[in-house]
Design a protein around this ligand. Structure first.
Ligand code: HEC
Ligand code: HEC
Ligand code: HEC
Ligand code: HEC
Length: 448
């Protein structure tokens, strides 16, 4: 399965350079999602007096070189161009799609998709994933958003600027493309034609992206924190797990059925050696502790994509959060339903979305202390011993969560060598070895 690995390999390389730089801070604020404001185009942000400064400006609260950083270093500026490369041509050809850069199935995640009526005169699809893909259509805020103090942050949010500093809002924005959503899906035909398997963790990916090319998209400093507030990395992590798990449930609900799209299932349900215990991890969660037992699969069943949910349940059990047992039972029921009772899938998927939202609210209010972080670290190791992370997709979730927790405990620098070893063990899906991963995980989490 060589093509399976491309995405993870690249991600791991990023992680190796950047994992130890994750920073910790605190808290949350408020905002609003955009409606259908017109997108004015990247060119409208790019003036040297606005966000197109050649250097970061020290005296200004915002760097003002965001356009330059984006166009030269941010992977999103090249996302449309990728559709013109040989790899994309090959994928589209194998799928019988016609040109990838014209295919809605690809553009939906590789460009800023805006209906013709909502495009400003300078908007161009060829610009890729521009500022307004994340920050929201600028129609109502473009000409006023910089007029501080007359125009407040709250005014900007009312005019449709997206409150991306809030982890929940950012999670919804990023997972839409990095996990999938109701209107966006990297389906199994794309995977089989060569698309990289999607990997995502909100805090890790935010930091990787924010510091693309060794530049910063925005500063994480006292001034920023005062203007907008910076949620702590552990909160960003768990908010991301909730949202990613929710999107996976949405995809399962939409693409399941008597003949489901295979991409709703864990890839390694099928793509593994034909022998018992192929990854050295044992039958998924057969011996796993706590709520994870509810996710047990009968040998031979297809397992849903549940890597985010598995990590989440370990956190929820350790912190004894209300609602976790019911959530686990519903996840277990969905797992059963996709294998033998398709008629039940729709109702379960809606119920699960609500349960995840509720757990998200509980988690958002949880004040993490060092003891919590340590206990979750230990619980992840013990879950791994019980076979809770049966494949590379769930192992990489644990690894990324682990780095967030170690950074939160200020232990990430001490454990740098172990962290590097952990991500090296995840670099290639084909050579993933559950037993080896477990022993490195143990050393990384608990120290030598
Ligand atoms: C659900 C959203 C989604 C859809 C749909 C999608 N992609 Fe992607 N694609 C991504 C993401 C996210 C990445 C980056 C993966 C990563 O590195 O984690 C990516 C990566 C890629 C890459 C590898 C890029 C590189 O830097 O090597 C290629 C090539 C690609 N996509 C082509 C396509 C083509 C062609 C289509 C349509 C058939 C398509 N994509 C549809 C989200 C999507
Ligand atoms: C992939 C999503 C994404 C894209 C694309 C993107 N941004 Fe951002 N941007 C963010 C996030 C996330 C933040 C941090 C949250 C916040 O402050 O709103 C941010 C923050 C900012 C800030 C605030 C910095 C501060 O200190 O308050 C500015 C200014 C900014 N972006 C401008 C731009 C411009 C200009 C572009 C296009 C050239 C752009 N962004 C493209 C996601 C994005
Ligand atoms: C409109 C879809 C879309 C949105 C929204 C989006 N991304 Fe992406 N992202 C992509 C695609 C497509 C790629 C692959 C581009 C490439 O390979 O050049 C990508 C690449 C990345 C990468 C590089 C991954 C790698 O393996 O090299 C990171 C990190 C990333 N995105 C983080 C984020 C974060 C954080 C957010 C939210 C603030 C976000 N993205 C929002 C589509 C999106
Ligand atoms: C229900 C079982 C099943 C699941 C789950 C599944 N696949 Fe597949 N996959 C298949 C089958 C069947 C083929 C076709 C094999 C063939 O053509 O010989 C295939 C083919 C592929 C191929 C092409 C292999 C080749 O040699 O050309 C890739 C790559 C791939 N899948 C990736 C994935 C990824 C990534 C996921 C998870 C998002 C996934 N698959 C989930 C059954 C599955």
């Amino acid at each position: 399965m060589n093509r399976l690995t491309a995405g993870l390999q690249r991600t791991s390389r990023w992680l190796l350079c950047l994992a130890p730089t994750l920073v910790l801070a605190n808290d949350v604020s408020s905002g609003q999602m955009p409606k259908d404001d017109a997108h004015m185009g990247v060119a409208t942000c790019a003036s040297s007096l606005c966000h197109g400064s050649s250097k970061p400006l020290e005296a200004s609260p915002v760097l003002q070189n965001e356009y330059v950083t984006w166009s030269q270093f941010d992977p999103h500026s090249g996302a449309y161009r990728i559709l013109l490369n040989a790899e994309s041509k090959a994928i589209a050809e194998r799928m019988g799609l016609g040109p990838a850069h014209e295919a809605p199935a690809c553009l939906t995640c590789h460009a800023e998709v805006v209906p013709a009526a909502e495009r400003g005169p300078r908007f161009q699809t060829t610009d890729g994933i521009g500022c307004e893909s994340c920050h929201g259509g600028a129609e109502r805020w473009l000409s006023t958003h910089y007029q501080t103090p007359q125009i407040s942050r709250a005014d900007n949010l009312l005019r449709g600027l997206v409150a991306l500093e809030r982890a929940e809002v950012r999670a919804e924005t990023c997972t839409g493309c990095h996990v999938g959503a109701n209107d966006k899906f990297a389906n199994h035909r794309m995977m089989a034609a060569g698309h990289p398997r999607l990997v995502f963790e909100l805090d890790t990916y935010t930091e990787l992206w924010r510091t693309s090319g060794g530049r910063q998209h925005y500063r994480k400093d006292a001034d920023y924190s005062e203007r907008k507030s910076l949620p702590a990395s552990v909160n960003v992590w768990t908010v991301g797990l909730i949202e990613a798990a929710r999107q996976q449930v949405v995809l399962a609900g939409k693409h399941a059925g008597p003949v489901a799209d295979f991409a709703i299932y864990a890839c390694h349900s099928c793509h593994r050696d034909v022998r018992v215990d192929a990854f050295g991890g044992g039958q998924p969660s057969a011996r796993a502790p706590g709520s994870l037992k509810a996710l047990d699969t009968t040998p031979g069943d297809l397992r849903l994509q549940d890597s985010h949910a598995r990590t989440l349940l370990v956190v929820a059990d350790t912190l004894a959060l209300p609602g976790r047992e019911k959530l686990a039972l519903s996840l277990g029921a969905l797992q059963q339903a996709v294998n033998r009772n398709p008629a039940a899938i729709g109702a379960l998927a809606s119920q699960l979305q609500q349960q995840l939202t509720d757990l998200g609210a509980v988690l958002a209010a949880h004040p993490w202390n060092s003891t919590d972080k340590r206990r979750v670290l230990e619980a992840m190791v013990s879950a791994a011993r019980g076979g809770a992370y049966p494949d590379p997709a769930s192992a990489e979730q644990v690894a990324m969560g682990l780095v967030v927790l170690l950074a939160g405990l200020d232990l990430d620098r001490d454990r740098r060598a172990e962290i590097d070893a952990l991500f090296t063990a995840l670099q290639d899906d084909r050579s993933y070895d559950g037993k080896r991963f477990k022993s490195i995980l143990e050393r990384t989490a608990l120290g030598r």
